[in-house]
Design a protein around this ligand. Structure first.
Ligand SMILES: Nc1ncnc2c1ncn2[C@@H]1O[C@H](COP(=O)(O)OP(=O)(O)OP(=O)(O)O)[C@@H](O)[C@H]1O
Ligand SMILES: [Mg+2]
Length: 567
C-alpha cells in the first residue's frame, strides 16, 4: 500500500505562517480573521485545537515539507494604525493581539510521505503552517506497525496508537527514567507483557530489587506481574550465585577496602592467591588458559588460610616477622565477619553450586532455558543484603553477557537485561565504591549490541547512574520529572535538536511518557497502556489504613522473619 501523502488535504488546515527563523527554531504567527482567532479547526471528521502544546504541525514551503512540534504558544499585542475602513477615529492607534507559536522542526517529509529525522533545509519566512490530520500522522507510525509493539496512545490524539520499533528499542539500549511514582515499573511490566505477546521467543532477564514483579501473599501464594506461562521467578538467594564466579575486580570490591593504606598489597596478594587456587582446583578440567577471572571453582577457605598464613608468618624461629606479617589484619577481620554472617551464605557457602560444572545449570536458569522454559526470568534480589546487591546484579549482567559472548548462535538468541533501580548498582563513573561491578554493566552498554545483549535501565535518579551507560542508550522513555536538576540532566542526554522537548517532563501524567530515540518515528508524548496484571502497588492509601487499619500485629512473627531473614 502506498503511504498516504502527508500533504495537508485542503486549505482549512492552514493556520498560520512562519514569521521568524532562528537557529533550530521557527516562530509562526497564527492567522486570524475579523472574528479573531479560530481556536478549533475542522479537518474532515476531526476537530483539531490550534496550537496545542505537543501537537504536530506541517510546515510547507516551496520544495520543503517539515514536521514540527508546538513547544510554546503565546500572545503578543501590537499597536497598529487605524485605517479608513474602521469606523473609529482615523489616524488613531489600536492594539491588536497576535498569537505566536514556537515550533521545533523534527524532520522532513519526502514527497512520498516518508518521514526522515533531522532538517537539512529550513524554510524561509512566509512558509505555510498546517494542521496535520490523524490519517497523516498515522502514516508516520505505520512504518513501525509491522513490529507490532503497540505501546500506548498519543496524548494529543488518543485515537492514535503509538508503535515502537522493537529492534531499535531493545537492540540499541533503553533507559526508562522518571521520578518516584511516575509509572516506571508499570511501564516495564506493560512493555514486557506486550513484547512477549508479540514475540513469543523473547529472552528477558529482569532484576527486581524490591520484589515488585513477584510476591507472595499471606497464604504463601505467588503473585506475578506477568501471566504464568511467560515467567519464571527466581529468588537470588536460592539461585546461588557463588563467590567463585566473581572476577578478580569483583572480589576486590567485595573483600578489600580500597581506602585502606595497604589495599594495594592486599590486592596483589589476592590476585596471586586466587589465580593459583583456581588452577589447583581445576586440574581435571584440562584448561590451559585459566586466568584469575575464569569462572571456575576455588576454595574460599583456602583463600582465607593463605591470607592468614602470610599475615602470621614468622621467620628464623620467631625472631623475625614475615614480609607480610600484620598487613592483612583488617582484611581478615572483614573477611571473617562476612563469612560468618548467614546473610551472605548464598555467596560464600553455596549448597549446590560448589564445583565448576554447576556453571551450566546456573546459566540455564538465567537465560530461561531450564524447565519450565519461560521468556521472562525475574530475579528477585530483595532477599539478599543491600550491600551485596550491586555485586550480585553485576554478576547477573556479566553472566548474561558472557553467555552470548561465547554463544555462536548469539544473533538468533538476543537477550534483554532489564535493570530496575539501576542507580543502586550501576553508579556514576566517579563513584569508587563499585568500580568492579559497574564495569560489568558498562561493558554490556558498550559492546552488548554486537553480542545480542540489550540493556534496559530503569531509574528515578538518573544523575546517580553511570554516564557511560546512559550515553549508550539510544532510546529514552522519559516519565514525569519535576526536579530541575534531573530535568536538565535528561535534557543534555537527549539528541541534538530535540532537547527542548524536555520541557514537557514536569507536566506528564502518571503513566505518560515522552519517547525519544530511534525506536519511535518522532519524539512522542504518549500514554502507556496499563499492564495487566500490574506489578505490586506500594501505593496503599495511607488515609484508609490510618482510618481503619489493623489494631494489632503479629510482632513476634516480624521478629522471627527478621531473625530468619525471610520476608
Ligand atoms: N500506564 C499507567 N496507567 C495508569 N496508571 C498508571 C500507569 N503507570 C503508573 N500508574 C499509576 O502510578 C502508580 C505508580 O507507578 P509505578 O509503581 O510504576 O511508579 P514508579 O515510577 O516505578 O515508582 P518508583 O520509582 O517509586 O518505583 C501505579 O501504582 C499506578 O497507580
Ligand atoms: Mg518502580
Amino acid at each position: 500500500m502506498p503511504t498516504p501523502q502527508l500533504m495537508p488535504e485542503h486549505e482549512a488546515s492552514l493556520i498560520g505562517r512562519v514569521t521568524d527563523v532562528t537557529g533550530s527554531r521557527l516562530i509562526a504567527t497564527l492567522r486570524h480573521d475579523d472574528q479573531g482567532h479560530n481556536p478549533v479547526v475542522r479537518l474532515g471528521m476531526e476537530e483539531l485545537t490550534v496550537g496545542q502544546l505537543g501537537s504536530n504541525v506541517a510546515i510547507r514551503a516551496k520544495g520543503v515539507m517539515l514536521l514540527a512540534q508546538v513547544i510554546r504558544m503565546w500572545e503578543e499585542e501590537k499597536e497598529v494604525r487605524v485605517t479608513l475602513s474602521d469606523n473609529a477615529n482615523t489616524g488613531s492607534r489600536r492594539t491588536v493581539g497576535f498569537r505566536r507559536l514556537e515550533l521545533l522542526p523534527l524532520g522532513e517529509i519526502a514527497k512520498d510521505g516518508r518521514f526522515t529525522r533531522g532538517v537539512n533545509r529550513f524554510p524561509a519566512t512566509g512558509a505555510e503552517v498546517h494542521l496535520v490530520s490523524a490519517k497523516q500522522l498515522e502514516a508516520l507510525f505505520d512504518r513501525y506497525r509491522s513490529q507490532g509493539l503497540d505501546m500506548g496512545r498519543l496524548s494529543s490524539r488518543p485515537e492514535l496508537r503509538v508503535y515502537l520499533d522493537a529492534n531499535a528499542l531493545f537492540g540499541r539500549h533503553l533507559a526508562i527514567v522518571g521520578q518516584s511514582g511516575a509509572g516506571k515499573s508499570w511501564t516495564v511490566a506493560s512493555l514486557l507483557q506486550r513484547t512477549v505477546k508479540t514475540m513469543p521467543d523473547s529472552h528477558i532477564i529482569l532484576l527486581d530489587l524490591h520484589g515488585e514483579y513477584g510476591w507472595r501473599d499471606e497464604a504463601g501464594k505467588l503473585h506475578s506481574a506477568f501471566p504464568e506461562h511467560m515467567v519464571r521467578h527466581l529468588d537470588a538467594r536460592e539461585l546461588e550465585i557463588p563467590y567463585w564466579l566473581l572476577t578478580f575486580a569483583e572480589l576486590v570490591d567485595l573483600l578489600i577496602d580500597r581506602t585502606e593504606p595497604n589495599a594495594s598489597v592486599q590486592m596483589a596478594f589476592l590476585r596471586e592467591a586466587v589465580f593459583s587456587l583456581r588452577k589447583k582446583a581445576n586440574l581435571d578440567l584440562g584448561l590451559d588458559r585459566l586466568s584469575v577471572d575464569s569462572p571456575v571453582f576455588f576454595s574460599i577457605k583456602e583463600l582465607y588460610l593463605q591470607f592468614k598464613k602470610a599475615n602470621d608468618q614468622q621467620l628464623e624461629f620467631g625472631k623475625a616477622k614475615g614480609p607480610l606479617n600484620g598487613l592483612f589484619d583488617e582484611f581478615l577481620v572483614r573477611f571473617q565477619s562476612m563469612f560468618n554472617d548467614s546473610r551472605y551464605d548464598f555467596l560464600f557457602r553455596p549448597q549446590k553450586r560448589n564445583d565448576s560444572d554447576q556453571l551450566e545449570d546456573l546459566l540455564r536458569d538465567f537465560v530461561g532455558l531450564s524447565e519450565p522454559r519461560r521468556q521472562i526470568t525475574v530475579i528477585d534480589l530483595s532477599s539478599i543484603p543491600a550491600d551485596v546487591r550491586p555485586l550480585v546484579s553485576a554478576q547477573i549482567g556479566r553472566l548474561a553477557f558472557e553467555f552470548n559472548y561465547w554463544n555462536p548462535r548469539r544473533h538468533e538468541f538476543p537477550i534483554l537485561l532489564v535493570c530496575e533501580e539501576a542507580h543502586q548498582y550501576i553508579p556514576r563513573d566517579d563513584d569508587q565504591h563499585y568500580a568492579g561491578t559497574r564495569k560489568a554493566m558498562e561493558r554490556i552498554a558498550k559492546e552488548g549490541r554486537k553480542y545480542g545483549v540489550g540493556l534496559c535501565v530503569v531509574s528515578q535518579r538518573p544523575t546517580e547512574l553511570s554516564e557511560t551507560v546512559l550515553s549508550q542508550c539510544a532510546n529514552f522513555l522519559c516519565m514525569r520529572i519535576t526536579n530541575p536538576d534531573d530535568q536538565a540532566y535528561i535534557r543534555r542526554l537527549m539528541p541534538e535538536g530535540e532537547q527542548d522537548l524536555a520541557d514537557v517532563l514536569a507536566s506528564l501524567r502518571r503513566g505518560e511518557a515522552l519517547v525519544v530515540g530511534e525506536a519511535a518515528p518522532l519524539p512522542t508524548r504518549f500514554q502507556i497502556y496499563a499492564p495487566d496484571p500490574p506489578p505490586a502497588s506500594h501505593d496503599a492509601p495511607l488515609s484508609k489504613s490510618w482510618r481503619q487499619g489493623p489494631k494489632d500485629l503479629d510482632v513476634r512473627g516480624i521478629v522471627e522473619r527478621w531473625w530468619r531473614q525471610e520476608r
